[in-house]
Write a protein that binds this ligand. Structure first.
Ligand code: PLP
Length: 458
């Protein structure tokens, strides 16, 4: 018996929603003709805890936590109430012209209280992409104010995902996102990032790490360190395939940045707010960033809001000296989104959700997934906390990529989707980032469903 279709028992007309959607809705990262040929997309109508329901009443365990963002799970009434209270009190006001709102100020202080490396100055945007655009502009402004306007270049990495706007899409390190005109913008460069399974064949993990660090330094020297404003990296590359850094990698990156006086930006859009088992991935990997980018888990995805967090030498130049900063968005610090984010952080703290990921449920998730290493199609399981990738292979020894790339992962993903589990195919891997409130029983179900589905392709 299927669950009721909405909490109020409302019944949806799936085929007419699909028809409207196909006619009028341009989906992100989609091939519209593929959607048409498949008769439209699945209609998701409700969420509770780690579960979603579609318009036909089918339940899915959300192994992807929305899009790496539903950290506290679906259906938290406290967030609904926080939004409603703020909507009634003051649904909108800007923070441009010498005004603020209580929630924008309180949230800034709350973010400052948990941010790594003493970072304590918050600039609000509405998405991870916008926050990274903010970082590009403000990192360049920092150097301009120091009388070094030629320091413009930003070094990013292959397999990085930093967003989809013109600026952040340029930082993103996927060639297939660079075939849209105008991206990457000038002065953005990409260095290889370590991905031992695919790119480190014939090397030990240590050799591969040293190789990636050498390529990074080589890129900086090629651009000229005197022209480089900042390096940006995700503590764990998420959309690139949950590429966890090899031991010592981040210390190496940090040394290189210090050697050439380059700002270090950690993009914590996925890693932040507990995903890696600490509040931020920077803490998990002992990184001391000058700037961090946060979004997604900041509000658990309930409303769009993001924050760039600055401190130390950057804040002292941008904020502690006179000079106007001509940058911002109509909804920077939107009060309703801020109220929701504030309540979200309070829940994460009150319920010790981050500690639970670090101490208990993250290690359990990683251990259970690693049991799949005995499966003939699983080459590697990598991850930390509640983010993981299961790398599929038909050649465990030689690690040759599957041809065509992602064909097997996409088929397994589709079967999972059909059988009640959301995951995402990234090249030959399946990636997971379930809500941080997932239980051990739910993890057991996820791993069993995945194994059963993998068995269909042996
Ligand atoms: N940075 C990282 C690490 C991300 O994973 C993403 C989105 O997945 C972004 C930035 C872009 O965020 P948004 O989609 O909110 O613009």
């Amino acid at each position: 018996m299927n669950e009721p279709i909405t909490s109020k028992g409302q019944v949806y007309d799936t085929s007419s929603i699909r028809a409207l959607d196909l006619s009028h809705h341009m989906h992100p990262f989609a091939d519209q003709q593929e959607l048409v040929s498949e008769g439209g997309v699945r209609v998701i109508t409700r969420g509770e805890g780690v579960y979603l329901w579609d318009s036909e009443g089918e339940r899915l365990l959300d192994g992807m936590g929305g899009l790496w963002c539903i950290n506290i799970g679906y259906g938290r009434k406290e967030l609904v109430e926080a939004a409603a209270r703020q909507m009634e009190e003051l649904p909108y006001y800007n923070t441009f012209f010498k005004t603020t709102t209580p929630v924008a100020a309180e949230l800034a202080a709350e973010i400052a209280s948990i941010s790594p490396n003493g970072l304590d100055r918050i600039f609000y945007s509405n998405s991870g992409s916008e926050a990274n655009d903010t970082n590009i502009r403000l990192a360049r402004l920092y150097w301009t104010r120091l009388g070094r306007p030629e320091r413009k270049a930003i070094i990013s990495r292959h397999n990085a995902y930093h967003g989809s706007s013109i600026g952040s899409g340029s930082l993103t390190g996927f060639d297939d996102m660079h075939d849209i005109a105008g991206v990457p913008i000038a002065d953005v460069h990409h260095a290889p990032a370590p991905f031992w399974w695919r790119d480190g064949r014939g090397q030990t993990v240590e050799e591969h790490c040293a190789w990636a660090l050498d390529r990074l330094e080589e890129t900086i020297l090629h651009v000229g360190p005197e022209n480089v404003a900042a390096f940006i990296g995700e503590p764990v590359q998420g959309a690139g395939g949950v590429l966890t850094p090899p031991p010592g990698y981040w210390q190496g990156v940090q040394e290189i940045c210090r050697r050439y006086d380059i700002l270090l930006i950690c993009d914590e859009v996925i890693c932040g707010f507990g995903r890696t088992g600490q509040w931020f991935g920077s803490q998990t990997y002992a990184i001391e960033p000058d700037i961090i980018t946060t979004a997604k888990g900041l509000s658990s995805g309930y409303l769009p809001i993001s924050a760039s967090v600055f401190g130390g030498r950057v804040a002292s130049v941008l904020m502690d000296k006179p000079g106007r900063m001509n940058h911002g968005y109509t909804c920077s610090g939107h009060p309703v989104a801020a109220a929701v984010a504030l309540e979200n952080i309070r829940i994460l703290k009150r319920e010790r959700i981050v500690e639970r990921v670090g101490e208990e449920i993250g290690p359990y998730f990683q251990a259970r997934l690693r049991e799949l290493l005995d499966h003939p199609l699983v080459g590697e399981v990598r991850g930390v906390g509640l983010m993981a990738a299961v790398e599929l292979t038909r050649d465990k020894e030689g690690r040759t990529p599957i041809e065509p790339v992602s064909s097997l992962a996409t088929s397994v993903r589709n079967l999972c989707f059909k059988t009640g589990l959301t995951t995402r195919a990234v090249r030959d891997s399946l990636v997971f980032s379930p809500p941080l409130v997932i239980s051990k029983d739910e993890i057991d179900w996820l791993v069993k469903r995945l194994r059963d589905n993998l068995n269909q392709f042996v």
